[in-house]
Design a protein around this ligand. Sequence first.
Ligand code: DC
Length: 227
Amino acid sequence: MSIIIAIDGHSSCGKSTVAREVAKKLGYTFIDSGAMYRAVTLYCLRNNLAPGWVIDEEKLGLHLHRIHIEFVFNQTLQKNLTFLNGENVDEEIRRPEVANLVSPVSVIGSVRDAMVAQQRAMGKKREIVMDGRDIGTVVFPDAELKIFMTASPQIRAQRRYDELIAKGLQTSIEDVLRNLQERDRIDSTREISPLRQAPDAIVLDNSSMTREEQLEFVLRLANERLQ
Ligand code: DC
C-alpha cells in the first residue's frame, strides 16, 4: 500500500524538517510546496512583476506558463533542491525579500491553480510527504494521513531567527516575529485555500518536543496506516 502524508501548519514550525525525515524513513519523496510559492515570488522579484512591492497580477498571469519548478535530489546534501527554470534557487528563496512577498503572491488564484496542478501531478503515484498550508484540505483531501503542525509564535520566531543567523543573514528577532505573524494572518484569512486544519487532521504542537519525538509521532501514525 502507498499513502500520501500531508503536513500543514503555521509558518516556521518545522514542517519541512519533519516531512523530510519522515519521507527519508519511508523511502518516500518529500515535496516542500512552500518552496514552489517562494520560487514564483523570486521570479516576480527578478522580472519586475512586483514594483513597489505590489504584485502586478495581470502581468504575472501572462508569465505563469514560463515558470517551471522542479525538485532535484542532490546526492552530496542528501536532499531535494528547488530549481526555477533550470537554476538552483534553493538558497535564494529563503531570503527575507522573498519571505516578505511570498504570502501576497500565494493569495493569487492563478498562481495557486498552477501550483496545485503541479503538486497533484507529483503525487500521482502517491508515496509522497508534502508540506504546506492547503495540502490536506485542497491539494490532497484524500491523503491517508494529515498532520496539522503548530508551535507558539515566540518559539517559531526564535527557531527561524537562529536559522537565518546561522546562514549569515542579518535580521532581528522582532522582524522575524513580525514577518511570521503577518504571514500567519494572510495565510489564514485569504479567500482561496486559507490555512485551515482539515477535520480529519491530527494536531502536532511541537512547542516542547524534540525532533526525534516529532518524527516518532508521525512515523507511528504512518505505520498504522501502512498496515
Ligand atoms: O512553508 P513556507 O514558509 O516556505 O511557505 C512560504 C509561503 O508560501 C507561506 O507564507 C504561504 C505559502 N504557501 C501556501 O500558500 N500554500 C502552500 N501549500 C505552501 C505555502
